[in-house]
Design a protein around this ligand. Structure first.
Ligand SMILES: O=P(O)(O)OC[C@H]1O[C@](O)(COP(=O)(O)O)[C@@H](O)[C@@H]1O
Ligand SMILES: [Mg+2]
Ligand SMILES: [Mg+2]
Length: 339
């Protein structure tokens, strides 16, 4: 068990050998994400004082109004990763297409691709509610020395070599996995160092919290409607408590610590769900499974879905294993079709 208060830098080095390709590249990659997260954290913490609140004036490929902080975070992560010569490609929620990084030596020999949601919970930026960054890392499938292709990004979640999130909340934390459990590190802002504060994080097997935007209830599939009614019944350990921050990272983080389920189903407005498979659902699913939880679209495990497009969406159920299993029972019995 890792020692509490180990710094993130020490932890990365100590655990490098766990990683089957351990040539230090992945460690350098995680270190770069740590650096970019500090840059973004610095801006988030003083958001009201600098011109970083509000819309940036453009829309992204999802048709969403980009917030200034979406654009700032996107640029910070892309710049930091590009300058460190460790990735051969980056895909982002805020970029229409993937970015090819040939590298200073123009040899395309870097081995990893990174997919990011630079700023998660954009609707909460202007109201000082916690937001995050989500990242997913794969080893490329194409030969090093050749340009990266879409195939390097459209890999099933099972192929992830690392994934995690940064939460910019009452404290700033990095929570990640390389397939050997989930660990959380808290930033000591006075000295700019992350310390291991949450070793070996585990989802409680069950919980009493459900997180869903009930404002969309009438547009939910019957199975999800019935599961929400089940959560609200006066029976056994129910009713559960409804908690919904509206930032996936923050709702996930709370549920992983306290036990709970997060649901964003398909709706009339979003027939394939709202959340993006590659840079929201896959990384959270990897963390969930590594922490003993579960993540599916109601029927199929998220990490078993074969992606077909960069920004594809999926219905998402994620959290404590017993709660996700129960919700899946309702989906199987009453269907995921829209009513
Ligand atoms: O406002 P809604 O429809 O409930 O959606 C909230 C969900 O959408 C998101 O904000 C989508 O992420 P982005 O902010 O990165 O676009 C999630 O963080 C959150 O869980
Ligand atoms: Mg998001
Ligand atoms: Mg986002």
């Amino acid at each position: 068990m890792p020692q509490k208060n180990t710094t993130l830098g020490e932890f990365i080095i100590e655990n490098q050998s766990e990683f089957k390709y351990s040539s230090g590249e992945l460690s350098r990659l995680i270190n770069s994400i740590r650096l970019a997260a500090k840059v973004v954290n610095h801006e988030v913490n003083k958001a009201g004082l600098v011109d970083i609140l509000g819309a940036a004036g453009d829309t992204n490929i999802q048709g969403e109004d980009q917030q200034k902080l979406d654009v700032f975070a996107n640029e910070a992560f892309i710049k930091t990763l590009t300058n460190r010569e460790i990735v051969c490609g980056i895909a982002s929620e805020e970029e229409d297409d993937y970015i090819t990084i040939v590298g200073r030596n123009k040899k395309n020999d870097n081995k990893y691709v990174v997919l990011i949601d630079p700023l998660d919970g954009s609707s909460n930026i202007d109201v000082n509610v916690s937001v995050g960054t989500i990242f997913s890392i794969y080893r490329r499938v194409t030969e090093p020395g050749t340009p990266v292709t879409l195939d390097d990004f459209l890999q099933p979640g099972r192929n992830q070599v690392a994934a995690g999130y940064i939460i910019y909340g009452t404290s700033t934390m990095i929570v990640y996995t390389t397939g050997h459990g989930v660990n959380g590190f808290t930033l000591n802002p006075a000295i700019g160092t992350y310390y291991l504060s949450h070793p070996n994080m585990k989802f409680p097997e069950t919980g009493k919290i459900y997180s869903v935007n009930e404002g969309n209830y009438v547009h939910f599939p019957q199975g999800i409607k019935n599961y929400i009614k089940y959560c609200q019944e006066e029976e056994d350990d129910r009713p559960y408590t409804s908690r919904y921050i509206g930032s996936l990272v923050s709702d996930f983080h709370r549920n992983m610590i306290k036990g709970g389920i997060y649901i964003y189903p398909n709706t009339a407005k979003d027939p394939n769900g709202k959340l993006r498979l590659l840079y929201e659902c896959n990384p959270m699913a990897f963390l969930a499974e590594q922490a003993g939880g579960k993540a599916s679209d109601g029927i199929t495990a998220i990490m078993d879905i074969q992606p077909t497009t960069l920004h594809q969406r999926t219905p998402f159920l994620c959290g404590s294993i017993r709660m996700v299993e129960k919700a899946e029972e309702f989906v199987k019995e009453f269907g995921s079709e829209l009513t």
